[in-house]
Structures are given as C-alpha cells and as structure tokens.
Design a protein around this ligand. Structure first.
Ligand SMILES: [Zn+2]
Length: 317
C-alpha cells in the first residue's frame, strides 16, 4: 500500500488533499538568515496562525522544503501540524552550500555517511540540533521528501557526492527528489547526471525555473524526460506578475503536461501575512491564483490535477 510520510506519520495518498509542495513554515535564524534576512520564521505562534489561515481557505497539506542542518525546525513542524490538522511533509537532504558555515559537518561527510544520514531521517526520524554539530540526537519525526539544491558552481566533486547520496536515498525509499534550481544553473546537465545515477524521472521535481524567462521551450525538453516542474514564483512580483505565470502554465497544459506541474509559493518571512502584514499570505493560491486559473478556462478537474492529484502521486512512496 502506498502512503505519504508526514510529520505525524503515514497517511494514505487520498488523504493529502490540496497541497502546496514547497513552502517554508518554520526556519531558525542561522546562516540562511545571514544570506537573506527573509529566511527566518522562528515564531511558532505566527507560523501557526498562517497555517490556520491556509487551512480555513481550503489547504489540507503542505511541504516544508528546508532540509536538516540549515535551520529546519522539525519539532515545531510537528506541533503546528498537530494543532492545525494540516498535514506537513518535512524534508531531509541538503541545501545550497552557501547556507552552511564553512566548517559545517555536511561539507565533510562522504557519500556513505550522507546516505546513512538521509536514510535515518526517512526511516527512523529526523535529527535535531544539527545546525552546528553533527547528527547525534534523533527525533521520531520522519522526513517524507529529499530536498536538494543546485547552485551556480555546478557539479563540483562535493555536489556530486551530495547528489549521488541523495539520489540513492530517494530510490531506496521511493521518495520524491526535489531540486532547488538556482537561476542560471545548468538544469539540463544536472538532469543528465541524475538520470545516469538511475534516479526515476517521475520522482524528480525541479523548482524555481519560473523565476525568469517564462517561455515554454525552456520547459518542454525537461518535461519530455518525465520529470515534474514546480511553478513557485506565483505572487512574487519582484520577478514578474501572475499573468506571465498563468500564460506559461496554460501553454504547458495545452501541450499535454498538466500531470507534471505543481504549484507553490516558496514562502518566506516577507510573504507570510503573520510576519509581514502586507505579504501575499500562504493562502494566496487558494484565494487569488486558482480563481485566475479558472478565469483562463481551467476546469475544476484541471485544478484538482494540479493541486491534489499530482502531489499525491509524486509524494506517495
Ligand atoms: Zn525554498
């Protein structure tokens, strides 16, 4: 029987409901904050109220895409899920290396140690207190996804080691393999490398590729390889307005790729209403973007495919 691993335990795929597949609900102040001050959401009450607003708008589930060692707050995610009833899927894996201090343990772990770490977080529970010290103390809260990141320095030996261990963990556990694609990074080259490792393309989710140049020619070759693309620049007006996003999604749907698209906001402090009152809010897709899709001619069944069925299929391990 397939199931989806959430912070409160496994759920059947049909219990997932409306899901935003790449959010950041809690994030401890650390190196990511030093890189970008919007990357700190460490007030449980505020994060909780944001999730409650999301739940009221029709959100059933969400993915917290912060991997361990760079600010993930696994215990708080469990508390929020228990209090709000929203299913939360947490992440193991690795982020951009610029989000870790120079002497961080993740930079010195070899492939075997990394694989062991990822598998432990998936099968036994996520480690806590690992932002500055190597994994020692484990919780029993399990990760349900592998989150990785591809930065502009490309496939350096260190990133090859990280990606190889993460791909092995994803295949062993049958979990989704999400990649933060930095703007300008060679996504095609990375995909070739991932496929050469034996990673099933249907597990792969490339994120953030909608931040710039929304022309379908950029996406179709990747979609033809069988991977999934996450549109998560919705409501991020420093990149572009929503109409560019809507047009692109419509063209890809018309080209037959509706089943390989996901929607999310990649929330930060500046977009959550509870931290920044004039932010768009975690409920923006439900309140604003879906009605816009509907006005474009998307049917209820199309939107169910985008926001429920695709997530359930990809996250069911
Ligand atoms: Zn993110």
């Amino acid at each position: 029987m397939k199931s989806i691993m959430t912070v409160t335990g496994p759920i059947p795929p049909e219990a997932l409901g409306f899901c935003q597949c790449h959010e950041h609900i809690m994030l401890r102040r650390g190196t990511p904050f030093q890189v970008n001050p919007a990357l700190c959401m460490d007030d449980t009450k505020k994060s909780m109220s944001e999730v409650i607003r999301y739940r009221r708008a029709g959100g059933y589930s969400l993915v917290d895409a912060q991997p361990g060692g760079c600010g993930r707050m696994e215990t708080e995610l469990l508390n929020i899920s228990e209090e709000t009833g929203v299913h939360i899927i947490a992440s193991t894996g690795f982020h951009k290396l610029s989000f870790y201090p120079a002497d961080h343990w993740i930079r010195s772990f070899d492939e075997k140690a990394l694989l062991h770490f990822f598998i432990h977080e998936i099968t036994m529970g996520m480690y806590c207190h690992i932002d500055n010290t190597p994994p020692q103390t484990s919780t029993s809260i399990k990760a349900g996804m592998i989150k990785t990141a591809f930065d502009l320095e490309g496939l350096t030996p260190q990133y090859r080691t990280l990606f190889t261990a993460a791909a092995k963990a994803a295949e062993a556990a049958g979990l989704p393999f999400m990649v933060h694609i930095e703007q300008g990074a060679d996504a095609e080259g990375l995909l070739q490398f991932l496929l050469s490792l034996g990673l099933n393309p249907s597990r792969i989710i490339f994120c953030h590729m909608d931040r710039k140049i929304l022309t379908v020619n950029k996406y179709i070759p990747l979609l033809r390889k069988g991977i999934n693309l996450e549109f998560d620049t919705i409501g991020r007006f420093k990149y572009h307005d929503d109409s560019a996003e809507l047009d692109c999604i419509q063209q890809l749907a018309d080209a037959g790729f509706l089943n390989q698209l996901l929607l999310s906001l990649d929330t930060t402090r500046t977009r959550m209403k509870s931290y920044t009152p004039n932010g768009i809010g975690l409920d923006y897709i439900l309140q604003v973007f879906l009605p816009q899709l509907k006005a474009k001619g998307f049917t209820d069944s199309d939107m169910e495919q985008l926001t429920i069925k695709n997530c359930a299929r990809i996250f069911a391990g």
